[in-house]
Design a protein around this ligand. Structure first.
Ligand code: IMP
Ligand code: MG
Length: 190
């Protein structure tokens, strides 16, 4: 399919969280994380691509020994707004054995992405493994895992902005908005 990031502007957006609300949420998350690790060194691993905005904002609020890595995980493909098979590419991951590891993602929806990452990372023997997400969709989880730090609980709507995309568009919005369900192309992606 054609990458459709130029769809930007074609859809009706309903603002769910303002830029100020998002920033306040990120400050809350930073305070929780700082308190939890209490100055111990942390390896923070961003789940690409949706976590990049939160990752960039959050790490600048963490005054502690920190290193950053990334992992690629995809469950939504192209235009689809329903989950597909998960693919994980951990090639650029730093060594995490005996390290305190915090996975960071944009949203906890069905939970399958974080659940699968926890299973794979667990095999690499980190000293501890926790997770932080900006958003958690209510009533969607299909796994037993709970994210450790959650910025905001949101209703079951498809959202974009602050890293989250629809067909690769809207990641750069500084706020979070829901798209009109009737305008979305369900499962049309490859
Ligand atoms: P999960 O595995 O179902 O929890 O899905 C997590 C991934 O799906 C996230 O990292 C997002 O990339 C994507 N995702 C889930 N819900 C949304 C949404 O409402 N908007 C944009 N992306 C979403
Ligand atoms: Mg994602």
């Amino acid at each position: 399919m054609v990458r459709a990031f130029h769809d930007f502007g074609r859809f009706t957006l309903k603002q769910l969280l303002s830029e100020a609300q998002v920033q306040a949420g990120v400050r809350r998350l930073a305070a929780e994380i700082s308190a939890h690790y209490d100055g111990r060194p942390l390896t923070i691993i961003g789940v690409l691509t949706g976590s990049v905005v939160l990752l960039a904002d959050l790490i600048r609020l963490l005054d502690m020994p920190l290193r950053v890595g990334v992992v690629q995980a995809r469950s939504y493909r192209g235009a689809a707004t329903t989950p597909g098979a998960l693919t994980i590419n951990a090639e650029s991951l730093p060594e995490i054995r005996d390290c305190e590891v915090l996975l960071i993602d944009d949203i906890f929806d069905t939970g399958q992405t974080l659940d699968e990452l926890f299973a794979q990372f667990g095999r690499l023997s980190p000293r501890s493994l926790r997770s932080v997400v900006l958003l958690r969709k209510l009533g969607r989880s299909r796994v037993g895992l709970e994210p450790d730090h959650v910025g905001f609980e949101i209703p079951d709507e498809f959202v974009v902005g602050y890293g989250l995309d629809y067909r690769d568009a809207y990641r750069n919005l500084p706020y979070v908005a829901a798209l009109e369900a009737g305008e979305l192309v369900e499962g049309a992606g490859a």
